[in-house]
Design a protein around this ligand. Structure first.
Ligand SMILES: C[S@@+](CC[C@H](N)C(=O)[O-])C[C@H]1O[C@@H](n2cnc3c(N)ncnc32)[C@H](O)[C@@H]1O
Length: 243
């Protein structure tokens, strides 16, 4: 075994250990819950634009993008647009013509203006509308082609995410990824979501579970969440295993 193979073998063994460490998983969930009242995920920017994510999830997304080399990245839920700039920057580094499509029901004027002024805006398209509507999904489907990475990060109710999964999963083909953020709501203290229409039993993870029952084309990439530990997408990193 050469040293690169040895490095990969060591990593596989470490990841297996992490996947089995239920105490570390519990502590990671506890840390996430403790950081939530501080609005921890709101503290970061990507190339000057606020991105509402854990840095760990961005590192994993970078790995997925580099490995799968998508032609299009479709993300529902734009907010300030930092996650679109993140994806655009990865596509820029890949070279080629890759583009990002962001869909949001409410793209605030100041956010749109900042995005339009960004040096990577040439890689970004926007649709304003309800991502779970047939009309918006049809427009999005008509815009993209080739290898597509889909990221769902808009409304987090079961019904909404399940509809998004049904509408956008056909865009993802074998070896591509469908990433569903905020599945972590299912494992978080309910009081964190008192003012939200989602919570335990009604969130992206419950939607993913229902979706996977009828969609053998997708399976959970458990390696990613084992490596990350801190992630808002446990059971949400879905790998497509068949066209
Ligand atoms: C959590 S934020 C997105 C964060 C962003 N992906 C990031 O990483 O910075 C959720 C966004 O979803 C949008 N949203 C809520 N309901 C939606 C819907 N039905 N369709 C599309 N977007 C929606 C909100 O307007 C909000 O901007």
């Amino acid at each position: 075994m050469d040293s690169l193979e040895q490095f990969e073998a060591d990593k596989r063994s470490r990841v297996a250990g992490l996947a089995d460490d239920s105490e570390l998983r519990r502590q990671s969930r506890e840390w996430m819950a403790a950081s939530a009242p501080h609005g921890y995920t709101y503290n970061f920017e990507w190339l000057g634009v606020p991105v509402i994510q854990f840095p760990q999830d961005l590192v994993a997304l970078q790995e997925v993008i580099w490995r799968t080399r998508p032609d299009w990245i479709v993300e529902t839920g734009v907010a300030h647009g930092g996650s679109l700039v993140f994806s655009a920057s990865m596509l820029e580094l890949l070279g080629g013509e890759g583009k990002v499509l962001g869909i949001d029901i409410d793209i605030r004027e100041h956010n749109r203006k900042r995005l339009e002024a960004h040096p990577l805006f040439h890689r970004i398209e926007l649709i304003e509308g309800n991502a779970a509507s047939d009309d918006v999904a049809a427009r999005a489907t008509g815009m993209v082609n080739g290898r597509v990475l889909v990221i769902l990060d808009s409304n987090h109710t079961h019904k909404h995410v399940l509809r998004e999964l049904q509408l956008y999963s056909p865009l993802v083909k074998a070896d591509g990824y469908l990433v569903v953020f905020d599945t972590s709501i299912e494992e978080a203290p309910d009081e964190l979501f008192n003012d939200k229409p989602w919570g335990r039993g009604n969130n992206p993870m419950t939607a993913v579970r229902e979706f996977l029952e009828g969609n053998p084309r997708f399976e959970v990439d458990t390696d990613i969440e084992a490596r990350l530990q801190i992630t808002v997408a446990p059971s949400g990193w879905l790998r497509c295993v068949a066209d």
